[in-house]
Ligand binder design. Structure first.
Ligand SMILES: Cc1cc2nc3c(=O)[nH]c(=O)nc-3n(C[C@H](O)[C@H](O)[C@H](O)COP(=O)(O)O)c2cc1C
Length: 336
């Protein structure tokens, strides 16, 4: 069995398949009049009309069309799609063809761009679609006036998933960096990401200095003892002003933490590696103060973190993390 794209010369065979399937498979769930009306509607012209604005697929075995299915925009929407016309010949049901068709539709570009996929399911098809992960739209578990159940599945569109994958892929990198310089455009993009972070009462207590001058970098690296980030071709220094957001509340730490994470993700997105060096440079030996001095940072700013930026020469090591279920829950802390 193969699944391929519908061609206009398939219209008659697809119409015959759908009509046969409705008459045999759906007749136990619907009154005869309804079955007749449904079958009458499924003409070759109707199939062609659907194929005109959907991506229509057929399952074929030894030259015979034994299944079909389509996906298209849900009422013209770009971020919602709908599955249509999914039928498997009664003699071929239970062989995984329906599942293969739905999987094909879910890999189609109309599915990949959608955050929600709807399916108008017949009473007959309901258990199958539920097994495929579809549930009642808005919790309504009764058929509508067309005697179809409205089912839906939420998914993460491909471009959004890439952003989430990037967040999950970020690692602290402590290895050697390649000598390649980091272009100024990239450094600026990283700084912009940092400054775009939220800040308590919008006090914007975080400021940033990017360093790519080799002599300056050498001075800074010489101040870091024990040495880290010695091969990085660029570095971002994070400054904070510990001012009150309101009354005696100071959110400076939260502000620069948000800025740092934004920058770490931008660094990852641009193909570089980094590590949040804060503990090391704010310890009793006050390396941060020495770097601030090198960079002429005024007294009312504190240098709290350095982020090396560069192309990794080695693999980043993934630290062991606790399981999801040990740290995240739905609707309350687990009992017991
Ligand atoms: C506030 C803070 C301070 C950190 N300081 C250091 C540091 O001084 N040296 C270092 O090697 N890593 C430092 N890290 C990085 C953590 O060790 C690292 O994020 C953690 O081990 C988890 O690894 P991951 O970033 O790959 O998920 C710091 C991270 C944070 C959030």
């Amino acid at each position: 069995m193969i699944i391929r794209q519908f061609q206009s010369q398939d219209a008659q065979a697809v119409s015959d398949l759908i009509r046969t399937t409705i008459r045999i498979s759906n007749q136990k769930d619907y009154p005869e009049e309804h079955i007749k009306a449904l079958a009458a509607e499924q003409s070759p012209e109707h199939v062609l009309e659907r194929a005109g604005w959907t991506h229509f697929y057929v399952a074929e075995e030894e030259g015979r069309i034994i299944g079909c299915g389509a996906i298209g925009p849900y009422w013209g929407r770009e971020d919602e799609s709908s599955l249509f016309m999914i039928f498997v010949h009664p003699e071929k049901q239970g062989e995984g063809i329906g599942r293969a068709l739905v999987k094909t539709l879910e890999r189609d570009e109309y599915a990949l761009r959608a955050r929600r996929i709807e399916i108008p399911a017949s009473v007959t098809g309901l258990p199958f679609y539920q097994k495929m992960g579809y549930s009642f739209k808005n919790g309504v578990d009764a058929p509508d006036e067309e005697r179809l159940y409205r089912l839906e599945k939420y998914r993460i569109p491909e471009d959004r998933q890439k952003m989430l994958d990037l967040i999950l892929a970020r690692r602290s990198y402590r290895g050697r960096y390649k000598a390649d310089r980091v272009p100024r455009e990239h450094l600026k993009a990283i700084l912009e990401a940092g400054l775009a972070a939220p800040s308590g009462c919008n006090k914007q207590t975080t400021s940033l200095i990017a360093v790519d001058d080799p002599a300056l970098l050498a001075n800074i690296k010489a101040a870091i003892d024990p040495p880290v980030a010695q091969t990085a071709p660029a570095m971002i220094c994070v400054l904070t002003q510990r001012i009150f957001a309101y009354r005696d509340r100071c959110f400076a730490v939260q502000d620069y933490a948000a800025a740092i994470e934004n920058m770490l993700l931008a660094i990852e997105a641009l193909g570089y590696q980094s590590c949040w060096y804060e503990g090391h440079i704010t310890d009793a030996d006050r390396i941060g103060d020495k770097i601030a001095h090198i960079l002429h940072v005024p007294e009312d700013y504190e240098l709290v973190c350095i982020l090396p930026v560069g192309i990794a020469e080695e693999e980043a090591r993934a630290p062991k993390k606790k399981l999801f279920a040990e740290r995240a829950w739905l609707n309350g802390f687990p009992e017991g």
